[in-house]
Design a protein around this ligand. Structure first.
Ligand SMILES: C[C@H](O)[C@H](O)[C@H]1CNC2=NC(N)=NC(=O)C2=N1
Length: 93
């Protein structure tokens, strides 16, 4: 899958909860407690396995989750990252 251009990335990020960090996109989420944060991470893992596309996941500050997406094989952002981001937004909604 081809890497997206800077313009293509910017277009996809418009109005979204995600921001660009170098060659990746990130979204921060906060939950009422640790158990709910981990339950969300479990669901992220299921979706990622099904898509065979895997975010970096950081659980920090007991109730916060940071998701980072990039396509390792391409060394940057591809449509696969934004497709997974949309699925993860559905989970988070
Ligand atoms: C062999 C397997 O298809 C690859 O290693 C997949 C798995 N998950 C992946 N996830 C992400 N984020 N980037 C990849 O390039 C990637 N590659």
């Amino acid at each position: 899958m081809a890497r997206l251009t800077d313009d293509e990335v910017a277009t996809r990020l418009e109005g979204s909860e995600w921001r660009q960090e170098g060659e990746a996109i990130e979204r921060d989420l906060r939950f009422p407690d640790f158990a709910l944060a981990i339950a969300f991470v479990d669901r992220v893992a299921e979706v990622a396995e099904a898509a065979n596309h895997h975010p970096d996941i950081l659980v920090h500050g007991w109730n916060k989750v940071r998701l980072t997406l990039s396509t390792h094989s391409e060394g940057g952002l591809t449509e696969a990252d934004f497709a997974l981001a949309r699925r993860l937004d559905e989970l988070a909604a």
